[in-house]
Design a protein. Structure first.
Length: 93
């Protein structure tokens, strides 16, 4: 989870490049992009999801992104997430 769309795109590009060699499916999701496309993509295998808190929270609330199956959560610039963290943790638990 990253705080901005630009950082999500940069991070996902690195992850996708590494993922090619490890056969890891990477998805990026941010606000300002098609929510419908993200929902459709999540019906396919995704091993690593890079996104902004708002979009991940939206997908989780819609029941499309099931975080209880997530084994690890990495937050970049964690201070930014202080307000979003409680809502996301409540949905995971």
């Amino acid at each position: 989870m990253v705080p901005t769309r630009e950082l999500a795109l940069q991070t996902s590009q690195v992850c996708k490049e590494l993922g090619k060699h490890l056969k890891i499916q990477v998805m990026v999701t941010t606000g300002g992009t098609s929510l419908k496309d993200d929902i459709v993509r999540l019906y396919q295998p995704v091993h690593l999801l890079v996104g902004t808190p708002g979009r991940i929270l939206d997908l989780t609330k819609k029941g499309v992104c099931i975080l209880k199956d997530c084994s690890m959560l990495i937050m970049d610039e964690v201070i930014y997430f202080k307000l979003c963290l409680n809502a996301i943790v409540l949905l995971v638990c």
